[in-house]
Write a protein that binds this ligand. Structure first.
Ligand SMILES: [Fe+2]
Ligand SMILES: [Fe+2]
Length: 277
């Protein structure tokens, strides 16, 4: 299995020519599926979604795409934001905000953690509802026991090693338990525009275990947070996962840091066995 994990494309705030370089890099890697963990646009405008659509169409490979907090009309477009928040995404990206995709060795569950508002000033914060978490657990029951179970969610459940001022996904305790029960092996996230991979301890009492988290930088946007544009290439199966960060080097994307994870027992308990810079 080989997949490409992209995130935070932010059409509307893209560095010129980067989409073509990214497309070439993805086609060179030739993954089984391309996964995009949200923030396809900058302001949730139709024009930006049209650009995102054209980019996705330029990559003739299976794709799994979920929305991010930037994929709804921004707060100053109040009427649109509250009345028809997902209109452009549904029309120009895909109807389903929480797609499910599977192949022989892979089972991918998409979730939508973006919210149009909340009881706080920062509406970029994200969470899954109880209903969404129940659905995740139910959907995972369809997965083959030998398939790698992947959850795609825009807001990460853990901070990068260097820390962040931004919020992690909300409802942490229920999220952690649900991911555990669903038997998720690998979580793909974005939002912070920082590349990291690590294990994530999942609550569940005596059944506690760890899964793997891969979070990526912005692939093509100039909204950088101290590191170059990039994406992850992930290879492996239900027993071993190799995450490799690809970063922009000035003339193209090239492979860099690697993290290797292995599953240590039948509890789907993952641990990091090596990291190569
Ligand atoms: Fe973003
Ligand atoms: Fe975001």
């Amino acid at each position: 299995m080989r997949l490409v994990h992209l995130s935070d494309l932010h059409f509307g705030a893209v560095t010129p020519d980067m989409p073509a370089f990214l497309r070439d890099a993805v086609l060179k890697v030739n993954p089984e599926v391309v996964i995009v963990s949200g923030d396809l646009t900058q302001h949730g405008r139709a024009r930006e979604f049209e650009e995102a659509r054209a980019f996705l169409d330029s990559i003739p490979l299976p794709q799994v795409v979920v929305p991010g907090n930037h994929d709804v009309p921004r707060w100053w477009m109040v009427w649109e934001r509250f009345r028809r928040p997902w209109r452009h995404f549904r029309k120009l990206v895909q109807e389903d905000l929480e797609p499910v995709w599977s192949s022989e060795g892979l089972f991918v569950i998409g979730t939508n953690s973006a919210r149009i508002a909340g009881w706080h000033l920062d509406w970029s914060r994200g969470r899954l509802s109880h209903h969404q978490m129940v659905r995740m657990v139910k959907t995972a029951q369809d997965a083959d026991a030998n398939a790698l179970r992947v959850l795609v969610v825009h807001h990460p459940p853990a901070a990068p090693p260097q820390g962040t001022r931004r919020h992690l996904i909300g409802r942490q305790r229920e999220f952690s338990q649900s991911v555990n029960i669903a038997g998720v092996d690998l979580i793909l996230a974005g939002h912070f525009h920082i590349s990291y991979a690590q294990t994530l301890r999942l609550s569940g009492g005596s059944a506690a275990r760890s899964c793997v988290l891969s979070a990526v930088s912005t692939a093509i946007s100039h909204r950088l947070k101290g590191e170059p544009n990039g994406f992850h290439v992930i290879e492996g199966d239900a027993h071993e996962i190799l995450v490799q960060a690809w970063g922009w080097n000035g003339v193209g994307y090239s492979p860099g840091r690697k993290w290797l994870f292995q599953r240590t027992d039948e509890k789907r308990d993952w641990s990091e066995v090596g990291s190569l810079v």
